[in-house]
Design a protein around this ligand. Structure first.
Ligand SMILES: Nc1ncnc2c1ncn2[C@@H]1O[C@H](COP(=O)(O)OP(=O)(O)O)[C@@H](O)[C@H]1O
Ligand SMILES: [Mg+2]
Length: 338
């Protein structure tokens, strides 16, 4: 295959394709299905927001991609492909190679990825040597460069410091430097800014956006905060109670939502332009998996629900990568963000 044909194929095929993902956990209630038929894709250089309230199944989805669900107490069905390669069949060693090298992950709590016992520099050096096979000297120079890149002042000195010597925002940056040090194809960011104050949150979002552009990296951005999605995402996948309930471009989902849950999330979100507007929270909470309703899972909290909403509801394709899971989507005139 010529280089240009390879590149064209690369352009056309998604970096990450999740197809019919289902996850069950062992529990006192028996095997509990927490994810149901989750399908979506992340294209080259695309940033996709995975959005929903706490308990929707966002983290379980991202952990499935990384092969990080507990082996004994979980069962996974469906297909997860990274640039066409099925991840489900990989051995533990192969998966460890994929993690860090091709897919990197950052979390809300930087200390889940940073080791308190090693300097930041040594941690970056270790992953770069392992995944890219570089010499110690090259890896150290790269570590300093990465720290500078993510906006850590004085990287030559800080490379020899331990995580506890960094402030919260700087530690978040160090985690990003570590995650991106092998130039992964895909970054999975699970609520990376949730614990930070607004100013630092905005800086970290800018940083993720810049790093994605510079490195031709795709991003799966997991958050409960639609405001963050508006800032950073090209596309949005809305999850509720373990299912995808709506998918579209960021513009479609924000301006012309088709699912009452999406409309509810938008109403509960502070206005982008800070106009004075009443925030309307969605009543109730996401049910736990053992209480998922047999029909539309959102019906109990939905102001538009009718009798037929007690029947199971499939995801309807409205167009390419535009879908909604609602019995009444065709008759409702929902309100988008102003
Ligand atoms: N290891 C686990 N064992 C059993 N249940 C789990 C486990 N991890 C998550 N769950 C359940 O799966 C559901 C989805 O959780 P999660 O993906 O963490 O939601 P989100 O990230 O959207 O807040 C929740 O009901 C949660 O309690
Ligand atoms: Mg989560």
């Amino acid at each position: 295959m010529s280089d240009s044909t390879a590149r064209q194929l690369d352009e056309a095929s998604p970096v990450l394709a999740i197809d019919g993902l289902g996850v069950e956990f062992a529990s006192e209630h028996g095997w509990l299905r927490v994810l149901d038929e989750v399908s979506f894709a992340v294209g080259p250089r695309e940033t996709v927001g995975l959005v929903g309230e706490s308990g929707s199944g966002k983290s379980v989805t991202s952990l499935s991609v990384l092969g990080l669900l507990p082996r004994r107490s979980s069962r996974v069905v469906g297909d997860i492909r990274l640039r066409g390669r099925e991840l489900g069949g990989l051995s533990t060693a192969e998966l460890e190679d994929v993690r860090g090298r091709e897919i990197a992950m950052i979390f809300q709590e930087p200390m889940t990825s940073l080791n308190p016992a090693f300097t930041i520099g040594d941690q970056i050096v270790a992953v770069v040597r392992r995944h890219l096979g570089w010499t110690k000297k090259q890896a150290r120079a790269h570590a300093i460069e990465m720290l500078g890149h993510v906006g850590i002042p004085n990287p030559r000195q800080r490379v020899s410091e331990y995580p506890h010597q960094f402030s919260g925002g700087m530690r978040q940056r160090a985690m990003i430097a570590l995650a991106l040090s092998c130039r992964p194809r895909l970054l999975i960011a699970d609520e990376p800014t949730t614990a930070l104050d607004v100013t630092i949150q905005a800086q970290i979002l800018d940083l993720i956006r810049e790093m994605a552009e510079e490195n031709d990296m795709s991003v799966l951005f997991v958050t409960h905060d639609l405001g963050v999605v508006a800032d950073i995402c090209d596309r949005v996948v809305v999850m509720y109670a373990g299912q995808v309930v709506e998918e579209g471009t960021a513009e479609e989902v924000f301006c012309t939502p088709r699912h009452p849950y999406t409309e509810g999330l938008l109403r509960a979100m502070p206005d982008v332009e800070d106009h004075v507007r009443e925030l309307v929270p969605i009543p109730g909470t996401v049910p736990p998996p053992w209480e998922f309703p047999a029909g539309c899972r959102f019906a109990d909290r939905c102001s538009y629900a009718q009798d037929r909403c007690r029947q199971p509801v499939a995801l309807t394709e409205l167009g390419p990568r535009r879908a909604v899971r609602c019995h009444r989507f065709d008759e409702l005139d929902l309100e988008g963000a102003s």
